[in-house]
Design a protein around this ligand. Sequence first.
Ligand code: 5RP
Length: 219
Amino acid sequence: MYKLGPSLMCADLGNLESQISELDKAGVDFYHIDIMDGNFVPNFTLGPDFVRTVRKLTDKPLDIHLMVNKPENYIELFADCGADMISIHEEATAHLQSSLTKIKSLGIRAGVAINPATSLDFLKYVYNVTDYVVLMTVNPGFAGQKFIPAMYDKIAELHAFIQRTGMDIEIQVDGNIGAGTIPKCREAGASMYVLGTSAVFNDAGSIQDNVANTRKLFN
Ligand SMILES: O=C(CO)[C@H](O)[C@H](O)COP(=O)(O)O
């Protein structure tokens, strides 16, 4: 089982409606929406109004990736915008366990995102309130970076931990996910793939062709 989720920060925002319509037709499984605060990461991207707009354009699950400090302050805001999944960074909050519990209490799937250099140790304390882990395979903040090769072992380590606990936790990978990296991510045990400029939003083909070609990598 694998799921594909386009990263909308990489979309052509001037043609959002048609891009989402094409992506829906291509059968993507969820939409990944990065929220950056210029503080936790050195960039700004999308916000609550964007999420509300996307909510009106598709019925697919919206996966909100909060790349912000103190994400606990924004959980209700994004829940109200129509989020189905919210991930928060382990490095960005002093209140990881209670924040994940809060997300789940709102009926939203709870994710923990971690930067490339962050260890997986935290998970043994919060796995019972975690639905998915976002492994950043580049340093968060910008599209178009290079996959950090040490992340393959990290995916495998996380996969082994999940198998040991028997928990139903998905492994999401984000950053330079495409033809050059998907086969090894898959082998290591990733199940959710965030697709940005490397796989979908580029000139190799139409959006629908790019999604179809990405899907072939899983055959
Ligand atoms: O999280 C991100 C940037 O921090 C983006 O979702 C991701 O990087 C987009 O994919 P690509 O690397 O293929 O452009």
